[in-house]
Design a protein around this ligand. Structure first.
Ligand SMILES: Cc1ncc(C[n+]2csc(CCOP(=O)(O)OP(=O)(O)O)c2C)c(N)n1
Ligand SMILES: [Mg+2]
Length: 410
């Protein structure tokens, strides 16, 4: 044996760094329509290979093909396109607002719009998401008002969370969007616990856990899988693999495992990979997993294979750690373009209607922004009252807080 006694430490490295030529030739992309669609009560041991493939519906010609196609009407697909376009426009406006000093911070979804927008449409009212900061499409696709999101981002007098949360960390019980915790992976144990509680109380509501590729390295992810698999909790375990965790490439958290989905196999959890830039595929797989949860068949782990086209956040500069053109080389394309092309190919959409929809959406976003800015921005206009700071934590305010409130004179 070579180097007997000499131990070597291994640090995975991305294929390419800034200045290099982007290369995704190692990403195997199965043909659209080639992965079978098993029954929801399938024996998990017989579908282990699905953790290593990618379920795709839209082919390169923009057609919907294979056993996962055909679940959504033209009307639903047009609505889905509008949701993704809205999220993209919302992102662009808020990114700009941050640069203008109207908020301290923003996080975009560019390239990942299909994941949260399509997933939301597989849920029922009352189901609960435990999202990270990159699933605002769950709110947009559920009709949550854009202006409320902007008020939260501006921490203004109409902020539903009264300035207590970092910008983009929304919360809406009515829209099945649990308060976002900045401590990543906590979403997993909370979702599994919520799902177990729902089953214990004989309810019919299911939970959805959300995590990024990098955050699967947290022990909470693994602990959640133990509980979810042992108790067959009614939960969908979502892993959004957008290739990057700020400046750390996905190979660090994935390590020697073939895929993130494969992490579920050791727990006996059915684990699927899906083309995260394919609205139809995301929705079909989400529906399959949601139906399993609802039918007491237990958890499903879904890895969404996608790419974070934008910076991690407004505090990040990706040119320091990855080639600039890497997103153009990403082999799964752009989710908005792909659904748009599909609908044009079907004859229910056109370039002209798309341009018109873009203008309408922009107008709506600008109107919402104007309304939100009327309630204040980070450094100007109305703010939540100081009094609010003392409210909303305890059912009855404890004496020490009452004293502090008196001292503050509010
Ligand atoms: C427990 C914890 N550790 C570290 C951080 C700091 N942090 C914020 S975002 C992030 C990267 C997460 O990457 P990933 O899970 O891939 O999600 P993505 O941002 O790509 O959606 C890190 C390390 C955090 N918020 N929480
Ligand atoms: Mg990531």
């Amino acid at each position: 044996m070579a180097d007997a006694g000499m131990l070597r430490f291994h640090v995975p490295e991305p294929e390419v760094r800034p200045g290099g030529t982007p290369d995704f030739s190692n990403v195997t992309i199965p043909k659209a329509g080639s992965v079978p669609r098993p029954e929801i009560d399938v024996d998990p041991r017989t579908i282990r290979d699905m953790a290593f493939s990618i379920i795709r519906v839209l082919n390169r010609a923009g057609e919907a093909v294979g056993p996962w196609a055909g679940l959504l009407s033209d009307q639903e697909l047009l609505e889905g396109l509008r949701h993704m376009m809205t999220l993209r426009t919302f992102d662009a406006r808020m990114q700009m607002a941050q640069r203008q000093g109207k908020t301290s911070f923003y996080m975009q979804h560019l390239g990942e719009e299909a994941v949260s927008c399509a997933f939301r449409k597989a849920l029922k009212p009352g189901d609960m998401n435990f999202p990270t900061y990159r699933q605002a499409g769950l709110l947009i696709a559920d009709g949550y008002p854009m202006v409320s999101m902007m008020n939260q981002i501006y921490s203004n007098e109409a902020d539903p969370l009264k300035g207590r949360q970092l910008p983009v960390m929304y919360s809406s019980k009515e829209h099945g969007f649990f308060s976002i915790s900045g401590n990543l992976a906590t979403q997993y144990i909370q979702a599994v616990g919520w799902a177990m509680a729902s089953a214990i109380s004989n309810d019919s509501r299911i939970a959805a856990a959300w995590i990024g590729d990098g955050s699967t390295a947290e022990s909470d992810f693994h602990a959640a899988l133990v509980f979810a698999s042992t108790y067959k909790a009614p939960v969908v375990l979502n892993v959004v693999n957008n290739q990057w965790a700020i400046s750390t490439f996905q190979g660090i958290a994935r390590g020697g495992s073939g895929t993130f989905a494969a992490r579920g196999l050791g727990f006996g959890i059915p684990s699927l990979r899906v083309d995260g830039n394919d609205y139809l595929a995301v929705h079909a797989v989400a529906k399959w997993a949601v139906e399993r949860a609802r039918a007491n068949l237990g958890p499903t782990l879904v890895e969404y294979v996608t790419y974070r086209v934008g910076a991690h956040s407004t505090s990040d500069d990706p040119s320091a750690y990855r080639p600039k053109a890497e997103s153009d080389a990403w082999p799964l394309g752009d989710p908005v373009m792909r659904l748009k092309n599909h609908l044009i190919q079907k004859g229910v959409w056109s370039e002209d209607r798309h341009t018109q929809a873009e203008a309408e959406i922009l107008e709506t976003a600008i109107a919402a922004q104007k309304e939100a800015e009327g309630h204040g921005t980070l450094h100007a206009g109305g703010k939540p009252s100081t009094r609010d700071m003392f409210e909303g934590v305890y059912a009855e305010m404890p004496p020490h807080l009452r004293r502090q409130r008196q001292q503050a004179g509010v």
